[in-house]
Design a protein around this ligand. Structure first.
Ligand code: EPU
Length: 416
């Protein structure tokens, strides 16, 4: 069982470089299924979720070559239309192979997805989108079976701007006949990064506000693409600097992608300097309380809710944090409360009381971002914190402890 042993209380200081974005890497790898030419992706983070998707693509017949920070994928030979059940159940993003496979092969069989335990995560918008493009959808033995001779462009209005459904439809529509319009699409930077890659592959995609227009092509070509920086990793590292009252520079990031967090850090009394691709935070003695509601981009990102809660646990006053994207993203709060945080929950709303100090405890990561919240709490707490079930954290953060140690954190990793 792998764990971190964290000795809290050291203010972090120094500079650290952020990796490419996990949530841009996963759909970009999957987009390689849309062409028989090679797709080369740069700045690919070394993460479990990336390994899972590359395994899935390899099992489908793709040729995958992984280097230190770039990956080359060729889906040129004969491809299978049936995705590997284990990897799709491990990680929900694997479900995105559905659209590209049906667009390319005319049929796809993909098991129902798994993923982080953060509440109900339906797939209705994915399936309704593919149906609108002319696909027939059936369920058989725990898998979705989708068939279509050739997808046809359509007007699709999403009832919610789902990241995954927008990506699924964008990829399928890129090989459909005619124009597709997606209204109320997600505009997270990772979705726009996928649209950039698809354009390099030959798709014509325009986006205005939340409306995408896709002119489908009969064939897409290979492309080379550098992924955007990971705003969730950058945000987590900035919060680690702030929660320890330290001074941390995150290099290689996009401050425009981090705007909701940066605004909030300022309101909480943290100092901020933005210099091109570098953002420096100086943590306050104690954060001022703030009120936050998570929302689709450009709102406050749900993925930073748990790390933010760890920071606000030490505020001088009560904050309110409403989770409006995922109904079940609260499992981590028990661990923070065990460490002394005063968090109460009414439905989707947390009241975070704000305490002067947290105490180290043994806690178990519940999901990617919940695990990160526990690490941040441990860095700020008195005494020692042990965080187990690192497999959750490592799905989404590459070498987190190494990066934190380079900033002066006292973390030991135990691989027993
Ligand atoms: N939803 C539906 N029907 C659907 C799809 C989604 O009702 O068919 C609902 C979900 O239940 C949820 C909301 O829409 O309440 C948002 O889900 P969305 O589809 O936008 O999220 P996702 O595509 O499943 C991606 C990220 C998540 C991130 C969310 C929101 C990837 C691989 N995952 O998930 O990242 O939290 O968007 O920004 O891109 C993480 O990195 O820790 C993570 C969970």
């Amino acid at each position: 069982m792998e764990s971190y042993r964290i000795e809290g209380g050291a203010p972090l200081s120094g500079a650290v470089r952020v990796d490419g974005a996990k949530n841009a890497a996963l759909p970009a790898c999957i987009a390689s299924l849309l062409t028989d030419e090679r797709v080369v992706l740069h700045r690919v983070p070394q993460l479990r979720d990336v390994s899972t998707i590359l395994y899935t693509l390899g099992a489908l017949g793709g040729r995958v070559v992984r280097h230190a920070d770039h990956v080359s994928i060729s889906a040129c030979g004969s491809l299978s239309e049936e995705a590997d059940a284990y990897s799709v159940r491990q990680m929900r993003a694997s479900f995105l192979v559905l659209g590209p496979l049906v667009a390319r092969l005319g049929q796809a069989v993909v098991p129902l997805p798994g993923g982080c335990a953060i509440g109900r995560r339906p797939i209705d918008l994915h399936l309704d989108g593919l149906k609108a493009l002319g696909a027939r959808v059936a369920e058989k033995e725990g898998a979705v079976v989708v068939t279509a001779e050739r997808l046809r462009g359509a007007r699709i209005e999403l009832s919610y701007p789902s990241v995954g459904a927008t990506e699924q439809i964008l990829m399928a529509a890129s090989l459909a006949k005619g124009e597709t319009v997606i209204e109320n699409g997600a505009v997270e930077p990772e979705v726009e990064d996928l649209a950039r890659l698809l354009r390099k592959m030959g798709a014509e995609i325009e986006v205005v506000d939340r409306t995408y227009r896709v002119a489908g092509a009969s064939r897409l070509r290979g492309a080379e693409h550098e992924l955007i920086p990971d705003r969730m990793e950058a945000g987590t590292l900035l919060l680690a600097g702030a929660v320890t009252g330290g001074s941390v520079t995150v290099a290689g990031c996009r401050s425009d992608h981090l705007a909701p967090l940066l605004g909030l850090l300022e309101s909480s009394g943290a100092g901020l300097t933005i210099d091109g691709e570098m953002v420096t935070v100086r943590g306050p003695v104690r954060p001022l309380p703030v009120d936050v509601v998570t929302a689709p981009h450009p709102g406050f990102p749900t993925d930073l809710h748990p790390p933010l809660a760890a920071y606000l646990s030490l505020a001088a006053g009560a904050s309110s944090l409403v989770e409006a994207v995922f109904e079940g993203r609260f499992a981590y709060t028990d661990a923070l409360c065990a460490m002394g945080a005063r968090i109460t929950r009414t439905g989707a709303a947390l009241t975070i009381g704000g305490v002067e100090s947290l105490n180290g405890r043994a806690v178990a990561a519940t999901d990617i971002r919940g695990g990160a919240a526990m690490v941040l709490a441990g860095l700020a707490a008195d005494g020692y914190t042990t965080v187990t079930q690192l497999e959750h954290i490592e799905r989404g953060y590459a070498r987190l402890e190494e990066k934190l140690v380079s900033l002066g954190a006292r973390i030991e990793r135990d691989d027993e």
